[in-house]
Write a protein that binds this ligand. Structure first.
Ligand code: TMP
Length: 221
């Protein structure tokens, strides 16, 4: 495939508290500094309607939805995100960086939530069709370290963080399983190191994959 044919969408995904937020903002900054037209978006959310659905998902009692209802809500918000944000941006030639995307549904609802990957893929195909991001960067670290970091944020959006430690251990293993299924699309990055080292590792993968020369800028987190 020519580099110009590649879908210009990069996803940063991983366990809660793995540093996706900081790293995706740094990635955005690197693209902007290099003069590219780029947007940073997130899931669940990323469009006005999808942000409404996000609130239902990330706040309140962990048991208020079962995995299937979560999956339905995730895909309702994903459809809005694609239609209103991602697809228009790509059609305009912009780069899209997304903090989480469909592999979160595979890992959280499909594997940790025990719906099975096959169920997620069926829904995915109905809602999304064949569209896939070009590159998915999985930030990996022990889930207990991630949860400690996430809990220190102390915000209201902690419905998933309050699920059991077994659930989060399954989420971590799920990402590694998913990543091993396609070495072209997925790259696992060790997130249990200094922020700058993680940023460097991410940029190196992106530069190699897309033949770019992005450089790290240290911005406020
Ligand atoms: P965030 O804290 O990274 O914004 O994500 C909110 C939570 O939503 C996070 O704990 C992971 C969860 N999630 C899923 O369970 N399935 C999904 O498809 C997505 C996008 C997120």
């Amino acid at each position: 495939m020519k580099d110009s044919d590649k879908t210009r969408m990069i996803v940063i995904d991983g366990v809660d508290g793995s540093g996706k937020g900081v790293q995706s903002r740094r990635m955005l900054e690197a693209f902007v500094r290099a003069g590219f037209d780029v947007i940073l978006t997130r899931e669940p959310g990323g469009s006005p309607a999808a942000e409404d659905v996000r609130k239902l998902l990330v706040e309140g009692d962990p048991e208020k939805w079962d995995s299937m209802t979560e999956l339905m809500l995730m895909y309702a918000s994903r459809r809005s995100h694609l239609r209103d944000t991602i697809w228009p941006a790509l059609a305009q030639g912009k780069w899209v960086i997304s903090d989480r995307y469909a592999d979160s549904s595979r890992a959280f609802q499909g594997i940790a939530g025990e719906l099975g990957l096959e169920t997620v893929e069926k829904i995915h195909h109905i809602v999304v069709g064949d569209f896939e991001p070009e590159l998915v960067l999985i930030l990996d670290l022990p889930e207990s370290i991630g949860l400690d970091r996430a809990n220190q944020r102390g915000d209201q959006e902690n419905r998933f963080e309050m699920k059991s430690s077994e659930y989060h251990a399954k989420v971590r293993a799920a990402y590694l399983q998913i990543a091993s299924s396609n070495h072209q699309r997925y790259q696992v990055i060790d997130a249990n190191q200094e922020i700058d080292q993680v940023s460097e590792a991410l940029l190196e993968v992106v530069n190699r994959h897309f033949d770019l020369k992005l450089a790290l800028t240290k911005i406020k987190q």
